[in-house]
Design a protein around this ligand. Structure first.
Ligand code: FES
Length: 108
């Protein structure tokens, strides 16, 4: 069991629990009605509307972005930062039991 804490631009927080470490952060958000993650392509790495900022410090514990994700991160609507990730490509390894992600102001 792992927890993902989603923080909206206004500071509102929602905590989602996931039992399956194979679930992407994007799917966890969609399934739990978290606003601000549009995921228009459904996770096909084609839309960049699932952009999140991973809390500093956790990035090194996650699998690094692959070239396709890095390329698509160039298309995000909100400012791209060093901790920007596409949440459809983010999965929590079993060693991580909690993750904090910040949702950007805009997705498109
Ligand atoms: S949902 Fe489209 S790129 Fe992530």
């Amino acid at each position: 069991m792992a927890q993902i804490r989603f923080i909206q631009p206004d500071g509102t927080e929602n905590v989602v629990e996931i039992a399956d470490s194979g679930t992407s952060v994007m799917l966890a958000a969609i399934r739990n009605g978290i606003s601000g993650i549009d995921a228009e392509c459904g996770g096909c790495l084609d839309c960049a509307t699932c952009h999140v900022y991973v809390e500093e410090g956790a990035s090194g514990l996650l699998a690094p972005p692959q070239p396709e994700e890095l390329e698509l991160l160039g298309s995000v609507a909100a400012p791209r930062k060093s901790n920007s990730r596409l949440s459809c490509q983010l999965k929590l390894p079993p060693s991580i039991t909690s993750l904090i992600v910040h949702i950007p102001e805009a997705q498109s």
